[in-house]
Design a protein around this ligand. Structure first.
Ligand code: C2E
Ligand code: CA
Ligand code: CA
Length: 845
């Protein structure tokens, strides 16, 4: 599309060309006329007077005109044709041609109009005169006509000459006006055609009357101008009131059209309508609110941008403030721009004020409406998004997920990854909520960055995030995607110069065949929890491991009753000397004896307990039962310490040590009969509060064990901070030690570490004799697992110990070696007897 400036240039070129052609043609005509006139110059006084009168008549006719402004060009309706036709009727055509040229020039000089307009007007009128003259000459016209009575002889030739003049005038003028005003030629022919027609008829009548008069006496030529003048006044008043009426109607229509709520529509309407209403070359609207400026013309908006951008239309600027009738509100300013010099008529000024005031109201309405719509949008956004991170919220996830699952022909596989930050609460508790929020925002950013655009990343609340995977090529891809998501969180987060590592666990589930989004979410949740408890980063939902249909989340509601009604019971799993099979201690493992669902294991309710705020009550109940059991074994002659698992969250509770020690005193049990098992995945273990809690317990003699050792990232660094007595090798290493060199290496170095730091090491999950033997040969003294016993009630364990293995009370397995082959080392650190392997295996230096 050509730009405005380009098309303006093009118009200008065409205008100059047309005017040039007219001027050249007129010059030729004038030259020929001059030659003819020189051949037969005016001889008599009457003839000279006629020439002077002709020049005067044409000058007057040119000056008296009705003005109509189109854009910055004012168009005039003149009496020229009348004067010219009268002229050619009474005088030789060449004279009239020259008189026309001179008369028009005089008129333009008097009016001080620009030279280009003068050139055009002289050219046009000369040609009109030549045309009219030639018409009469070709009709053998003679003045004065022979017979005064034959009216038709007068009318017909004059009518034809008049027609020729009018047509020539229109044909020459209209293309020029059309180009100058930017409208089409057809449009120009049509505008006011009725009025123009009446005008032509009227002027023809005047011409005839004038000629009738002149036929009587040529001297009456002097009376023609006043007559023309009075007729002109009547006519121009009529045309003006007509224009005015149209303008008012247009204003009414325009203010009506402004009555819309959309601001952009208001602006477009305002700009195009104002351009038309005031025939402006450009209309500009500057809005105070938002510093926005729009510009345009009758064709529409050409600019919409910040206020202050320069425009390429210069000339006259007519501003109108956009203010209410009472002038109190001010929304901006409307500017009309014209390329040329323009002054608005009084009527136009009034129209402009009315228009500006209507526009002000329309803009305010639209702005208010936009504000309303924005607030509504914001509400809708807030309802579906998380305010902190800007991610979708749970509701949005459920909505989009439900839609995705219900789309029958959805492309690919749908899956959900649930991501939960481990120990996030500690960040909040120690560094403050602002820091916690920052971490969450950064986590959100990383997840967003790691997920393709087709996935929906949501924050479900707290430190729980979810990513809805859509359009996967195969279900297996979900695990890969989940890896990518979690890997994005691996790098430590920068928090005001601190670097904080946040571990996360992920649970994956593919879309279930039924149950919809709620079931998908539950399954991912189950998987995530499995990952957490198994110390893995990611787990995929497996129906076989989903022990019940009821989600553990639904159990949350039962918790207060469970604590109050002592529904939590404790089973005990013995820890035995791998060499002798003797029970050296027992681990307390919680169970929920649910009145409806039966025995529920800890994986399914622990997290709910940790989150519920009932953790202290729960922990106390478990500890109580564990201590009662230890006392009962002691009383039966088995001095077996009890190991109790401690939630990381308890370690953040400064009252925790006090309550533990109080329970010990209440049961009258020495503190060293209690082992507290801590999971090593404690992030921020450097926290002061954890340090204080643990040193207090340790100082009082309570023994500490690091559970699931080897699974976390920071095992070693953690060990240097937390002085524990015991390490528990995670079950996953024991299970795979025979097949995986890596697992074997972890076990070996853990044992090595235990030896150098003088710590006891217990292997978890010993399920077979070969495992037991291999561990023992590596130098591991203690083990726990199904090989020896499953978790059981304390009474059952007591009975088993009393029964003993092979008639040896206190043992649960046959010794590894013949009694003679085992060299029993006296235990200097423990009261309970423990054997040591007779020879130490080779360990890497
Ligand atoms: P854990 O501390 O690693 O406990 C050992 C888990 O391994 C127990 O699962 C036990 O039943 C299981 N286990 C023991 N020997 C074997 C074996 O040879 N093979 C296999 N496959 N598994 C064996 P359980 O009882 O389901 O407990 C799961 C986890 O729940 C525990 O892991 C512990 O972290 C947590 N937990 C249990 N009771 C409590 C409690 O009272 N308080 C807290 N805070 N956590 C608890
Ligand atoms: Ca444990
Ligand atoms: Ca463990």
């Amino acid at each position: 599309m050509p730009s405005q400036a380009q098309s303006d240039q093009e118009d200008h070129r065409r205008l100059t060309l047309i005017i040039g052609v007219i001027v050249v043609a007129a010059s030729v005509v004038c030259a020929l006329s001059l030659m003819a006139m020189l051949a037969r110059p005016p001889a008599t006084v009457t003839e000279v007077a006629t020439v002077v009168a002709l020049i005067a008549m044409i000058a007057v006719a040119t000056m008296v005109k009705a003005r109509v402004r189109i854009r910055s060009t004012t168009h005039s309706i003149t009496w020229n044709e009348t004067a010219i036709v009268v002229g050619v009727a009474v005088a030789p055509a060449p004279w009239v041609v020259l008189c026309t040229a001179i008369g028009v020039a005089v008129a333009f000089a008097v009016l001080r109009l620009p030279a280009i307009k003068m050139a055009f007007s002289i050219g046009k009128n000369t040609l009109v005169a030549a045309g009219a003259g030639l018409t009469l000459v070709s009709l053998d016209w003679v003045w004065p006509p022979d017979t005064f009575t034959d009216f038709a002889d007068l009318i017909a030739p004059i009518a034809l000459a008049y027609l020729a003049a009018t047509l020539l005038d229109e044909i020459i003028a209209i293309p020029v006006i059309a180009i100058a005003s930017g409208s089409s030629i057809r449009q120009q022919f049509r505008t006011n055609w009725d009025l123009r027609g009446v005008g032509v008829a009227l002027r023809f009548l005047v011409t005839i009357c004038t000629l009738l008069l002149l036929q009587a006496d040529l001297r009456l030529l002097v009376a023609v101008p006043p007559l023309v003048l009075s007729l002109h006044l009547a006519y121009s008043t009529r045309i003006r009131s007509r224009t005015e009426q149209q303008a008012w109607q247009r204003l009414a229509r325009t203010t009506d059209a402004l009555n819309v709520v959309d601001l952009d529509e208001v602006l477009t309407t305002a700009v195009t309508q104002a351009a038309e209403l005031f025939s402006a070359d450009e209309v500009e609207m500057e809005l105070r609110e938002g510093g926005r400026t729009v510009r345009g013309g009758t064709g529409g908006i050409t600019f919409d941008g910040p206020t202050g951008t320069p425009t390429d239309v210069d000339g006259t600027i007519i501003p109108a403030p956009l203010e209410g009738h009472d002038r109190t509100v001010d929304v901006g300013v409307l500017r009309l721009r014209f390329r040329g010099p323009v002054q608005l008529s009084e009527r136009e000024q009034y129209t402009l004020r009315t228009f500006a005031s209507a526009l002000c109201t329309a803009v305010r309405n639209a702005q208010a409406y936009a504000e309303l719509a924005r607030v509504a949008d914001e509400h809708a956004y807030a309802a579906s998004h998380d305010a902190l991170t800007g991610l979708a919220n749970r509701r949005q996830l459920l909505d989009e997920g439900t839609e995705q699952l219900s789309t029958r022909h959805a492309d690919g596989v749908t899956a959900l990854v649930l991501i939960d930050l481990n120990h996030f609460k500690e960040v909040n508790d120690t560094l403050g909520h602002a820091a916690g929020d920052q971490v969450l925002v950064q986590v959100a950013d990383r997840l967003r960055g790691a997920a393709p655009a087709s996935d929906l990343v949501a924050r479900l609340g707290g430190d729980e995030f979810a990513v809805l995977l859509r359009g996967l090529p195969a279900p297996a891809v979900a695990a890969h995607r989940a890896e990518t998501l979690l890997a994005a969180l691996h790098e430590p987060f920068e928090l005001d110069g601190m670097r904080i590592s946040v571990e996360a666990s992920g649970g994956i589930s593919g879309a279930p065949s039924n149950g919809g989004m709620a079931e998908l979410l539950r399954r991912a949740d189950v998987a995530m929890y499995q990952a957490k408890r198994a110390g893995q980063r990611i787990a995929t939902y497996a129906p076989t491991r989903d022990t019940a249909d009821l989600g553990r989340l639904t159990l949350g509601g039962d918790l207060p009753r469970a604590v109050a009604d002592h529904e939590f019971v404790v089973n005990f799993q013995p820890i035995v000397d791998l060499g002798t099979g003797e029970v050296t201690s027992a681990e307390a493992l919680a169970r929920w004896h649910h009145p409806v669902h039966g025995l529920i294991d800890p994986l399914r309710f622990l997290e709910a307990v940790e989150r519920s705020g009932l953790l202290p009550a729960f922990a106390e109940a478990i500890l109580d039962q564990a201590l009662i059991a230890a006392v009962s074994w002691h009383d039966a002659g088995f001095d077996v310490p009890v190991a109790v698992n401690v939630s990381p969250r308890s370690l953040l509770d400064a009252r925790f040590p006090g309550s533990v020690l109080a329970r010990l005193r209440a049961h009258d049990l020495p503190p060293d009969r209690l082992v507290l098992e801590l999971t090593e995945t404690l992030t921020l273990s450097q926290l002061d509060v954890v340090d204080r809690v643990l040193s207090r317990l340790r100082d009082e003699g309570v023994r500490l064990a690091l559970d699931d050792f080897g699974t976390g990232y920071s095992s070693l660094s953690l060990l240097s901070r937390i002085p524990v007595h015991e390490l528990k090798i995670d079950r996953s290493f024991v299970t795979t030690m025979e097949s995986s060199a890596e697992a074997a290496a972890v076990i070996r170095s853990t044992l090595d570490l235990g030896r150098s730091l003088d710590l006891d090491v217990v292997a978890e999950g010993v399920e077979s004799e070969p495992q037991r033997r291999a561990l023992w040969e590596l130098g591991c003294v203690a083990g726990q697992g199904h090989l020896f016993a499953r978790p059981m009630p304390s009474g059952t364990l007591l009975a088993a110990m009393q029964r003993g293995s092979g008639g040896r009370p206190g043992t649960l397995a046959a010794p590894l070696h013949d009694a003679g082959a085992v060299i029993r080392l006296s235990q200097n650190r423990r009261q309970t007897g423990r054997s040591r392997p007779d020879r130490l295996p080779h360990l890497p230096a």
